[in-house]
Design a binder for this molecule. Structure first.
Ligand SMILES: [Zn+2]
Ligand SMILES: [Zn+2]
Length: 368
């Protein structure tokens, strides 16, 4: 076992990440040391790097990762489903840690609204023990509080990480709204990992038609490949009214509209595209980019049901891995990984994700 690990560290917002070396702490009871195979570069990482998310610095970014178990602490012999685990097994770990003490955790029993939630890659500074608490690192140290799941053997690591935290986010969002039924018309705003995951879930539920609005072309092609009936390129549609008009022409009104774009302004357009008695799920605008005006009269006159959904629980990641075990031979989500970066090129990865150059970018600190 190595006693040091290299990581790409965010020391200041907007500055290049720096390669730093950290000591690997002793793997105590219940803890797990993993060697990182792939860390997704999430849109949230870009917001973090741009200083739009409050976090302690220095920070090792990366909250969606797959790795192989390098060392298991005593007492850790199974994953969070009770599946036996051993050195060398591939696992996908849950970045978030609920506090277990707040109103959300105790009364609501919904850890996604935990007020004391902390997460690898966003809340633990690498200045503090156990240092290696983010995926942009050769090794990640999972404390005894961490949930983790074995990646099914038939599922390639890149398929598991392809939509990163976006996939369990979408699974939880679908749970919140009660899913789709055969023939539900679905309009998805945004063709990033959350939007593309929604395409998969809508298709599996029999939704029709499924329409995605987004950019760039490579993401829209992936949306079509995953089952979208229509994919609207918003690049030439600069004004909100142009986008609404186009969506109505192509898809009509939607029983269900999903905001997976991350842009506050999308909400005003989304409510215009939902049919009477329809549902609108807002899931993409995670980072607080400020308010955006919405016409509330539309919500009243059409009996709209509005839903918000944030984060996900360990079971949603388990559902993603089960879904991949069942369907990835035809989904082939590994094809969505369109750019791979070495750890030292992590800054470039953030820039490319920000510029929407990739369907999904991953950092591979230690190739298999
Ligand atoms: Zn994420
Ligand atoms: Zn809590």
């Amino acid at each position: 076992m190595k006693d040091k690990s290299i990581a790409a560290v965010m020391e200041k917002a907007n500055e290049p990440l720096r390669m730093r070396e950290f000591p690997i702490p002793e793997v105590k009871e219940g803890c797990v040391l993993v060697k990182t195979l792939a860390s997704g570069v999430c849109g949230t990482d870009v917001h973090c790097w741009r200083g739009q998310v409050k976090m302690p610095l220095p920070m090792i970014l990366g909250h969606e990762s797959v790795g192989t178990i390098d060392k298991l602490g005593t007492g850790r012999s199974a994953d969070s489903m009770g599946e036996p685990i051993a050195q060398g097994d591939r696992v996908f770990w849950v970045a978030g840690h609920p506090c277990g003490k707040c109103y959300g955790c105790v009364v609501l029993k919904d850890t996604t609204v935990c007020s004391g939630r902390r997460a690898y890659g966003t809340s633990y500074s690498c200045a503090d023990y156990p240092y290696l608490a983010g995926g942009y690192s050769e090794y990640v140290f999972l404390t005894e509080r961490s949930f983790l799941f074995k990646v099914p053997e038939a599922v390639p690591s890149e398929a598991a990480i392809a939509f990163g935290c976006g996939f369990p986010t979408a699974v939880k969002g679908f749970e919140v709204i009660g899913g789709v039924r055969p023939g539900t018309s679905v309009l998805i705003q945004g063709a990033g990992p959350v939007g593309l995951s929604c395409v998969v879930l809508a298709k599996l539920g029999g939704a029709n038609p499924i329409t995605v609005m987004g950019a760039p072309q490579a993401r829209l092609e992936m949306a079509r490949r995953l089952g979208a009936d229509h994919a609207i390129d918003i690049a030439p549609l600069a004004r909100p009214e142009d986008r609404v008009k186009k969506a109505r022409e192509v898809a009509g009104e939607a029983d269900l509209c999903i905001e997976a774009s991350g842009f506050p302004g999308a909400v005003a357009e989304g409510v215009e595209l939902v049919r009477a008695n329809g549902r609108y799920l807002v899931m993409g605008v995670f980072s607080d980019l400020g308010p955006a005006p919405v016409n509330p009269s539309i919500i009243v006159r059409r009996n709209l049901k509005l839903f918000g959904s944030v984060f996900w629980e360990p079971r949603h990641l388990h559902e993603v891995l089960r879904l991949l075990a069942l369907y990835n031979d035809r989904l082939k989500l590994e094809d969505a990984v369109s750019a791979k970066y070495a750890l030292e090129n992590a800054t470039q990865a953030l820039q490319d994700v920000e510029a929407l150059k990739c369907v999904k970018a991953i950092i591979s600190p230690c190739a298999a």
